[in-house]
Write a new protein. Structure first.
Length: 824
């Protein structure tokens, strides 16, 4: 009995010692957390409850109730979640003393320091998430010692150096995400040990070398996202062994060779992104065996041959993007029978033949682009049968026949781009009733008839181009009253009658081109109410009357072409005072009188005024002085002639003397210093007038830009010129200005260069920075384009915003990729 009593007392004593020890350790962790807080910057004071209690004895395990802190039953910190708290500063080394910590989440903050190497001492870690920050330096090594580690997410940071080799020892890892940093080198060979790995994300780094074939041994892999790197070589054939793989993204790199047919064995694969690489050869027919496939993007490669008919077996396919390759042949008719197809992008290939007859008939087709091919035949009437078609892009082909009537009733349409085909017939009534249609491009076809009146009823159209057709009759009287219309191009048709006088109701119009028609009457005065109009082209019509003086007061007008009409009267005096006018063509009219000697008219090319017999002065020949001699005073007339002759003779002698004297001085200076002509050139070219050609509405002038072209604003220099950062303060606008190195030829002989710059100004492409315009004078060219504040593509891919473009992973499921429209 005494023995039992003694044993009981010992047990009670030990329990008191254990509890007391646990309380001491727990209080130590409270101090550790306060030490961590001291290294944080908390602008929103979200950790306001992290503070020392008045009495530790009375507040046992108080820290377990703090924001973001979870403890186990013994009061030790087991989970720390400080995500999305707008924190910055640094992570304290004291974190290594949280010996029971199994989960650390500090994602989506503003940390811009390095992670402490002491994290490697957290051997109890199972999950660490430091994503969506700006951490720098190398990622800490040693985390591989945490045998229970299952998840590492360090995506969207600024880490550099090599991927940690020791993570290959964390054989329990299921998620490894290092996307969107600046890691370099190759993929560690130790990663082949991660047999439980389900998610591997390495995209958006600077990784090089070949993709390790050993990755094909990781049979648990469900997701591989390793694109946007500099990998070379081919896709390992061993990837065909990844039978659990659902998502494969190797986009944007330098991979080449043929796409391995072994991928056809991956029966669970839903997504394949291989776009923007250097793949060659044909599309493997075996791809048609992946019946679970939903998204297939092989665009921007060098793939040749025909589309395998086997792709028509992909009954779950939602996106098929093969644009920008070297594909030929017919588009398989069976593709039109895919019942889930939403996006079909085949543009910029060499396809021939007609479109699948049933395309859109049984599928929710949203985006259809086969532009820039050699396709022919009629446009299938079933494209919008589902009522989901958003973008129809068929330009640069040889489609014929008439426009399908049901296109004009497709209420989901946003863009219709059918220019440069052989389409005939009339424009169907109904496009004006489509609620979200923004662009209607029907240029360069064989359309006849008139523009339907109902187009004027549209509340959404911003771009209309019907140029280069055979349209006739007057323009609809209210066509320019569409509230959101920005561009209206109807040139090279047979339109007659007067220009609609509805401009006062149109504040958004920026481009109006009615050139090469048979329009008559006067230019409406109300056109001056278009405050955003940048380009006005009325050339080659039958317009009469005088040029409205109010045009010169338009605040945004940069390009005005009124040539080849029958305009009469004088050039308005205020044309020369327009602050924005950069290009003016008044040639071949019936204008008369002196050319005003101010503003653009001081430097205008005489060719832009020719064909007006009555014009004189300025850049043209001087206006003749008419002296009237009265018949009753012949003697006075003779005296006048004598006086004038004497004055002229004297002036000639004086000028000859000055010329000879000056010539001697100049020759002496050149002979002695050999620098006169160089100085003269350097001085004079700056004084030669500059001309600004705008590709859109600009809120600045050439003077504003030239004021910024100075040494202090240089931001780059290369083989073609110097780049300046130009800041204009009315309103505040920042543009990049590239001043090209001067060539041996002056700008008058550089028509090819100007033509190519103008072409680039009209291009709109995902990989081309938008050109705003260019400046030029007799010797120099400056190109203006959007200023990119992030500096380069690397920042765009790896910066804080880049994480928003990355596909998120959930341990229980894969998100359906919601960004599949982004490549377009």
């Amino acid at each position: 009995m005494q023995t039992q009593l003694l044993f009981l007392c010992c047990c009670i004593g030990l329990s008191f010692v254990f509890v007391a020890g646990a309380q001491v350790l727990a209080n130590d962790e409270l101090s550790i957390l306060l030490s961590m807080k001291a290294s944080l910057i908390d602008p929103q004071n979200v950790l306001k409850d992290w503070k020392m209690p008045s009495s530790l004895a009375e507040n046992r395990f108080l820290h377990c109730n703090w924001t973001g802190v979870w403890c186990n039953s013994r009061g030790f910190v087991e989970k720390l979640d400080l995500s999305n708290m707008n924190l910055s500063g640094s992570v304290s080394n004291s974190i290594q003393s949280l010996h029971s910590l199994s989960s650390l989440n500090i994602c989506c903050n503003w940390f811009a320091s390095s992670l402490p190497k002491s994290l490697s001492n957290l051997t109890t870690l199972k999950s660490i998430d430091v994503s969506q920050n700006d951490f720098i330096g190398s990622f800490p090594t040693g985390l591989g010692k945490a045998s229970g580690l299952t998840s590492v997410n360090a995506s969207s940071n600024n880490f550099s150096g090599f991927l940690p080799e020791d993570l290959g020892n964390a054989t329990s890892l299921e998620i490894l995400d290092f996307r969107g940093s600046f890691f370099e080198g190759s993929v560690p060979s130790s990663f082949k040990n991660l047999q439980k790995l389900k998610f591997l994300g390495l995209s958006g780094n600077n990784l090089t070398g070949k993709i390790p074939p050993e990755l094909g041994q990781l049979s648990s892999l469900e997701t591989i996202i390793i694109g946007y790197n500099e990998f070379e070589g081919e896709i390992p054939a061993e990837f065909g062994n990844l039978t659990n793989l659902q998502y494969l993204d190797l986009a944007v790199g330098s991979l080449g060779g043929q796409i391995p047919p072994s991928l056809g064995r991956l029966k669970q694969l839903t997504t394949v992104y291989l776009y923007k690489n250097n793949f060659t050869g044909k599309i493997p027919p075996e791809i048609g065996n992946i019946t679970s496939l939903e998204f297939l993007d092989l665009s921007d490669n060098q793939i040749s041959g025909e589309i395998p008919v086997e792709l028509a077996k992909l009954k779950n396919l939602q996106l098929l993007n093969l644009m920008c390759n070297q594909l030929t042949g017919f588009i398989p008719d069976k593709l039109g029978e895919l019942t889930k197809l939403e996006v079909l992008a085949l543009w910029k290939n060499s396809f021939t033949g007609s479109l699948p007859r049933k395309l859109g008939q049984n599928s929710p087709l949203q985006w259809f682009d086969v532009s820039s091919n050699s396709l022919s035949g009629e446009i299938p009437p079933s494209l919008c049968d589902s009522g989901n078609l958003i973008k129809l892009i068929l330009f640069n082909n040889s489609f014929s026949g008439t426009l399908p009537m049901n296109l004009s009733t497709c209420k989901s349409l946003v863009r219709v781009r059918l220019q440069n085909n052989l389409i005939s017939g009339t424009i169907p009534v109904g496009f004006g009733s489509l609620p979200i249609l923004q662009r209607l491009e029907l240029a360069d076809n064989n359309l006849t008839g008139q523009i339907p009146e109902d187009i004027s009823l549209s509340t959404s159209l911003s771009f209309i181009d019907v140029s280069g057709n055979c349209l006739e009759s007057p323009l609809p009287s209210t066509i320019l009253s569409i509230p959101n219309l920005q561009t209206f191009i109807a040139s090279h048709n047979n339109f007659q009658g007067k220009i609609p006088n509805q401009f006062q109701d149109h504040p958004s119009l920026s481009v109006l081109d009615l050139s090469s028609n048979r329009l008559s009457g006067e230019i409406p005065e109300s056109i001056a109410s278009c405050e955003r109009l940048v380009t006005l082209n009325l050339r080659n019509n039958q317009l009469t009357g005088e040029i409205p003086r109010a045009i010169a007061k338009m605040p945004s007008l940069a390009i005005l072409d009124l040539s080849n009409n029958s305009l009469a009267g004088k050039i308005p005096e205020n044309f020369g005072t327009s602050p924005t006018l950069e290009m003016l063509n008044l040639s071949f009219n019936k204008l008369e009188g002196p050319v005003p000697s101010n503003g653009i008219l001081m430097t205008i090319n005489p060719n832009e005024l020719i064909g007006n017999v009555g014009l004189c002065g300025g850049v043209l020949a001087p206006c003749s002085q008419k002296y009237t001699i009265k018949p009753g005073h012949p003697r006075n007339s003779h005296i006048n002639h004598v006086v004038i002759g004497f004055i002229v003779g004297t002036l000639v002698i004086v000028f000859l003397g000055i010329a000879i004297f000056t010539g001697k001085l100049l020759y002496k200076r050149w002979y002695l210093y050999n620098s006169f002509f160089d100085d003269l050139f350097k001085k004079s070219y700056k004084e030669w007038p500059w001309r600004l050609i705008a590709f859109q509405r600009l809120n600045f002038t050439s003077t504003d830009i030239l004021a910024c072209v100075k040494e202090s604003n240089i931001i780059g220099m290369g083989g073609t010129g110097i780049v300046y950062k130009a800041e204009v303060n009315r309103p505040h606008v920042v543009v990049a200005v590239k001043k090209l190195w001067r060539s041996e030829r002056d700008i008058e002989t550089g028509d090819n260069l100007i033509g190519e710059v103008s072409l680039l100004g009209r291009l709109r492409h995902r990989n081309i920075v938008r050109l705003l315009g260019y400046l030029h004078n007799e010797t120099d060219v400056m190109i203006m384009y959007e200023y990119m504040p992030n500096g380069n593509l690397g920042t765009a891919l790896h910066g804080k915003e880049a994480g928003k473009l990355l596909v998120e992973f959930n341990s229980s499921s894969l998100y359906k990729p919601f960004t599949f429209f982004l490549p377009f």
